[in-house]
Design a protein around this ligand. Structure first.
Ligand code: B12
Ligand code: SF4
Ligand code: SF4
Length: 394
């Protein structure tokens, strides 16, 4: 359970929203909390649907361009600040946390460099299904109650809302963390027109600690609670489409999808509890896949392996681009055959990244393979890029 149950109504909510049957808000709130746990969530907190208090910070973040290429965040940002408009009559938000794998998978050379939340099934699917179960339970408790579920992609500032609901507090790495539960959890929300009893926010968990700021290898955490996505490994490997600028690539180190370094550094994660939903753990079907295997995977195998995984977000092209860059940064000749095979990849983005990796590994064999890649390349732009890699000392 997140937070402590408060006894008072949040400001501005008295009299608003649909009342509890029999007028007992506390009893209804408790039954909805239990329904959230029954729906498969690890923790639940409740807040009201008041407008965001972080609107200025969000607008400033956009104005500085720190959302990088995530244009959807800049589209109608004002909508994000008024959750009540997403569901007519909404007055409360039930916020849920789903805990994921607190350990990095140690299989092969791919999985330790895939973010822990992404080892198993896609949490969006699990959470939306759980929130729909919760919505059904809510309408069984109060016939006619209105609800609307959100996970991640909706126009909500989820961390601010979850912090208000007492599920954790915003740490200096910008993530929500809880003194007992750490930060290895994901968030989802159910907006409702029911008037529920809100939880209290937690105190600042960070104090004078700055471990996450020092642990970020790219300086993406430019100040406490401020992240510049243009420098974040998670942004480049998950959200960015197309070619990654060569000057950014060394900073991605060997990450193939996401990045966990700021969370690994956090002392509150030392004793993080295990997840209760086994579907977020690495399944047998994806065990043993390594960087070379990913780089040379065909579409059919990709669809079979990643159909239910969050790794489908960057698509096969993005994953293979990331694998080629990780191989280049690893710098070992044992990957030369996979890089050579990537010369026949249908995506110019992958062929170019593989050429970059050959140049970065260097040596006579890699140089010969790169020369062959330049000679065989049919796309003029990719050919120019490959030739530039061949001429450079990456
Ligand atoms: C865009 C996005 C990203 C971007 C930008 C991240 C960022 N820090 O803004 C990128 C691609 C980089 C990213 C990366 C990751 N993400 Co992300 N991401 C989102 C998304 C879709 C929107 C976030 C957003 O609007 N950012 C803009 C900033 C300005 O706004 P904000 O984050 O809401 O809040 C900031 C301010 O408002 C302020 N603030 C808010 N409340 C308060 C309260 C107080 C008291 C104070 C002082 C300040 C304050 O501080 C916050 C941090 O800057 C959310 C889902 C959602 N709809 O909210 C998931 C989300 C934040 N991501 C999540 C996750 C898991 C990750 C990764 C860990 C994945 C990974 N392993 O690679 C990394 C972590 C990187 C990091 N250190 O943040 C989870 C976080 C869960 C948690 N425990 O906090 C979310 C909530 C998704 C979900 N539904 O679970 N993500
Ligand atoms: S996810 Fe990685 S790159 Fe992004 S802020 Fe955290 S440590 Fe830095
Ligand atoms: S590492 Fe330290 S500063 Fe960063 S979130 Fe954790 S407690 Fe806060």
């Amino acid at each position: 359970m997140g937070g402590r149950a408060a006894v008072s109504s949040a400001p501005g909510r008295e009299g608003g929203g649909r009342g509890a049957p029999g007028g007992d808000r506390s009893a209804l709130t408790e039954r909805i909390r239990q329904a959230a746990r029954d729906a498969g969530f690890d923790r639940v907190g409740i807040t009201d649907a008041r407008p965001s208090e972080q609107a200025e910070a969000f607008r400033a973040w956009l104005a500085r361009g720190e959302h990088a290429g995530m244009a959807y965040l800049a589209r109608d940002p004002e909508r994000r600040f008024r959750p009540a408009e997403l569901l007519p009559g909404a007055v409360s938000i039930v916020v849920v946390a789903l805990h994921y794998q607190p350990e990095a998978a140690a299989e092969g050379d791919l999985w330790p460099r895939v973010a822990r939340y992404a080892q198993g099934d896609d949490y969006h699917d699990l959470m939306i299904a759980g929130l729909r179960r919760l919505a059904t339970a809510v309408t069984a408790l109060v016939p006619g109650a209105r609800t609307r579920p959100y996970v991640d992609t909706g126009p909500l500032l989820e961390r601010e809302i979850a912090a208000r609901a007492g599920l954790g507090a915003v740490g200096k790495h910008t993530l929500l963390l809880h003194p007992e539960h750490g930060s290895w959890f994901l968030l989802g929300e159910l907006l409702t027109d029911l008037d529920l009893v809100a939880d209290e926010p937690l105190a600042d968990p960070c104090g004078s600690c700055t471990r996450c700021l020092s642990a970020c290898p790219t300086g993406a955490l430019t100040a406490p609670r401020q992240l510049d996505a243009r420098r974040c490994i998670s942004y480049w490997t998950i959200e960015h489409r197309g070619t990654i600028p060569p000057e950014v690539r060394p900073a991605l180190e060997e990450w193939v999808f996401g990045c966990d370094l700021c969370q690994e550094a956090c002392p509150w994660n030392d004793a993080a509890p295990p997840p209760t939903d086994g579907r977020l753990a690495l399944p047998a079907v994806r065990r043993g896949l390594d960087l070379a295997g990913l780089l040379t995977l065909d579409r059919e195998a990709y669809l079979r392996l990643f159909r239910r995984s969050p790794l489908k977000r960057p698509r096969l092209e993005g994953l293979q681009r990331n694998a080629a860059i990780a191989i280049g940064n690893r710098g070992r000749e044992e990957y030369l055959p996979a890089l050579a095979a990537a010369g026949a990849n249908p995506s110019p983005v992958v062929r170019e990244a593989a050429g970059w990796a050959l140049a970065r590994i260097g040596g006579p064999c890699a140089a010969a393979l790169l020369a062959a890649a330049v000679a065989n390349e049919t796309d003029p732009g990719t050919r120019r890029a490959l030739a530039a890699h061949a001429a450079s000392n990456c």
